[in-house]
Ligand binder design. Structure first.
Ligand SMILES: N[C@@H](CCC(=O)N[C@@H](CS)C(=O)NCC(=O)O)C(=O)O
Length: 213
């Protein structure tokens, strides 16, 4: 039975894929594993009743597998890797938390209205830690030459960081972080990423209400 997945629809465009890093992470996993799937775009500001019936928490992503609807990208990715082990996307445990604070520090910075509140610095600290990791290990990905789960979790987050900080703050990842810049290029040129990415204008539409509530 084909897999089905509920993901976020774009803000202001319910027929287009929206910006949700957890949704794209699941789509990336399905693509990397060459599993066909059917997408249901969920308008999060007007959730259909059938969606709330299968997932009362009302969050995306939700995957239908073996006739059961399963929420939460962490759980979904684990199930997919167990059920479809080839190719394995398991990240070696020592690399699993690389980059894990980048998204939260990006969110604080993009929402910040005070340029001296330390949020930019906090993001730069996390990006420097990623730079140090990439510089001292074989790449281009976090665990080496092969994409693994940690990369698929970071890819959408780094994309939103690039688009939203460029748009709202005229900010980009500094040139003195060449490994981070190269890593982002490698992620964004994956076929799986090309197929599942959200258009820049919908990334901006998704972040606008958070930046200017
Ligand atoms: N821990 C969850 C987080 C999912 C999540 O926060 N999804 C957001 C969209 S990116 C959502 O559905 N929000 C809708 C709502 O809270 O009403 C996961 O990894 O899947």
């Amino acid at each position: 039975m084909a897999l089905e997945v509920c993901v976020k629809a774009a803000v202001g465009a319910p027929d287009v894929l929206g910006d949700c890093p957890f949704s794209q992470r699941v789509l990336l996993t399905l693509e990397e594993k060459n599993q066909p799937y059917k997408i249901h775009l969920i308008n999060l500001s007007d959730k259909p009743q059938w969606f709330l019936d299968i997932n009362p928490q009302g969050k995306v992503p939700v995957l239908k597998i073996d006739d059961k609807w399963v929420p939460d990208s962490d759980i979904i990715v684990t199930i997919l890797d167990d059920k479809y082990p080839d190719p394995s996307l398991k990240t070696p445990p020592q690399f699993a938390s690389v980059g894990s604070n980048i998204f939260s520090t990006f969110v604080s910075f993009v929402k910040s209205k005070n340029s001296n509140d330390g949020t930019e610095k906090a993001l730069l600290v996390e990006l420097q830690a990623l730079e140090d990791h990439l510089k001292s290990h074989d790449g281009p990905f976090i665990a080496g030459g092969r994409v693994t789960a940690v990369d698929l979790s970071l890819a959408p987050k780094l994309h939103y960081l690039e688009v939203a900080l460029g748009h709202f703050k005229n900010w980009s990842v500094p040139g003195n972080l060449p490994h981070v810049n190269g890593y982002m290029k490698a992620l964004f040129s994956l076929d799986s990423f090309e197929k599942t990415k959200t258009d820049e204008k919908y990334v901006i539409a998704g972040w606008a209400p958070k930046v200017n509530p």
